[in-house]
Design a protein around this ligand. Structure first.
Ligand SMILES: Nc1ncnc2c1ncn2[C@@H]1O[C@H](COP(=O)(O)OP(=O)(O)OP(=O)(O)O)[C@@H](O)[C@H]1O
Length: 402
């Protein structure tokens, strides 16, 4: 499967609440002093991370985000304080044992280059002594979970994958032993913006199913708003400037530091709070591979459209074709996939959709849903309308719903 095939599957909005598999994390008065440093890198942080939520740690470079994160799996030992996962104080637990139950994803995925994808994913289950059949089944399940075809990818080496695919394998590896907690340190920092947006969407889709407790470090406030159930905005020494939902932080920044961090264009950032699934999609003219081109043209003309979006047999968008390209009778017999087709998923934000439109200058992006199937299109007008709605007084007063 290529990068562009991968899109979100969305759970039905009215389905049962998925079970929470994550555990609460409590940092209780945690301090880290590095030898030879005058001030502590992390100074007495107390933070409760609720079970099954994504909490984003954001803040300027050097403020202590990574140190805070790495103390949770004791890659860095706290100097003072306690860390609880569930009800267990893990501050004095055997660190190797602890790390087998805490997934960890870093920038660039951190895969072992000399191990195949399957062996990378199997690492922790092997350390936990799972039998061969169980490990094999789990590797297949994990690759499917992150939208990589097991037959195609299991025996490859990391260098034979794109950056985005490597990052997916990194996530699969971190989840292989089904840990209740996942720590992610700028995991999508090294991939291009489009791949980054897709990986973010996939993480949200996974989280709908998995409900892990995820602590996620990022420099990028937009990423924090998109992914976070809550955001902790940190200042030097991991001092918490504000810890709240993205909506509350955008509506009521606690102080000047937070205001500065949010930066200008708060209205634009509000677009990050609105998902594509929350707006009315438009219908494009649609044709399927194998359809009669003349009929496709007639249908498009009836809708007053000059282009059709061609779908494959599984209903996934392949490419836009102008009507003049449909004059040949075999025009829809074989249609190649446009690897650069602008598309977003239902879980993407309107900000993502706007980004795609601005870089493509089409003014429209295709929306995909479950298993990458075509759902409709978002038009620039929809984004503009949403932006006007977000600037209304109700939103300024902070009554923003998600
Ligand atoms: N091993 C170390 N020894 C000494 N000082 C360190 C060490 N690791 C980090 N520091 C210092 O601790 C502070 C916090 O670093 P940390 O990496 O946690 O910050 P960060 O917010 O994650 O930064 P960035 O966003 O740049 O990755 C910084 O001043 C850093 O220089």
């Amino acid at each position: 499967m290529s990068e562009t095939d991968v899109t979100n599957a969305d759970l039905p909005a009215d389905g049962p609440e998925p079970q929470v598999h994550g555990q609460r994390i409590l940092l209780d008065g945690v301090t880290k002093r590095y030898p030879g440093q005058k001030a502590p890198a992390v100074d007495d942080i107390t933070l409760e991370i609720p079970a099954g939520e994504i909490v984003m740690l954001v803040g300027p470079s050097g403020c202590g985000k990574t140190t805070t994160l790495k103390m949770i799996n004791r890659l860095i030992e706290p100097s003072e304080g306690r860390i609880l996962i569930g009800d267990e104080d893990v501050t004095h637990k055997d660190p190797d044992e602890l790390r087998r139950h805490v997934g960890y994803v870093i920038q660039g995925a951190g895969l072992f280059p000399h191990l195949t994808v399957a062996k990378n994913i199997a690492l922790v289950p092997r350390l936990l002594g799972w039998d061969k059949a169980r490990i094999e089944a789990r590797v297949t399940e994990m690759l499917e979970l992150v939208n990589l075809e097991p037959d195609q990818y299991a025996s490859r080496y990391p260098r034979e994958l794109s950056g985005g695919q490597q990052q997916r394998v990194g996530v699969a590896r971190a989840l292989a032993a089904d840990p209740p907690v996942l720590l992610m340190d700028e995991p999508f920092g090294a991939v291009d913006p489009i791949t980054r947006q897709r990986l973010q969407d996939e993480l949200l889709r996974l989280q709908e199913e998995l409900r892990k407790t995820i602590v996620f470090v990022t420099h990028d406030f937009d990423e924090a708003v998109k992914l976070g159930d809550r955001i902790a905005i940190l200042q030097v020494g991991s001092a918490i400037a504000q810890y709240d939902t993205p909506e509350a932080i955008l509506a009521n920044p606690a102080n000047e530091f937070v205001e500065g961090f949010i930066g200008h264009g708060a209205a634009l950032k509000q677009l990050t709070l609105t998902r594509v699934r929350d707006v009315d999609l438009h219908e494009a003219a649609v044709a399927r591979v194998g359809d009669d081109p003349a009929q496709a043209v007639a249908a498009a003309e009836e809708l007053g459209r000059e282009h059709v979006i061609v779908l494959d047999g599984a209903g996934r968008p392949l490419r836009w074709l102008p009507l003049r390209a449909l004059r040949r009778p075999d025009a829809l017999t074989r249609v190649a996939r446009d690897e650069n087709l602008e598309s977003v998923s239902l879980a993407s934000t309107l900000n993502d959709a706007l980004d795609e439109m601005l870089t493509s200058s089409h003014g429209v992006v295709v929306v995909t849903g479950r298993r990458g199937r075509y759902e409709g299109v978002v038009r620039i007008e929809t984004v503009m309308e949403a932006m006007q709605g977000l600037q209304s007084p109700a939103h300024e007063a902070g009554r923003v719903t998600r």
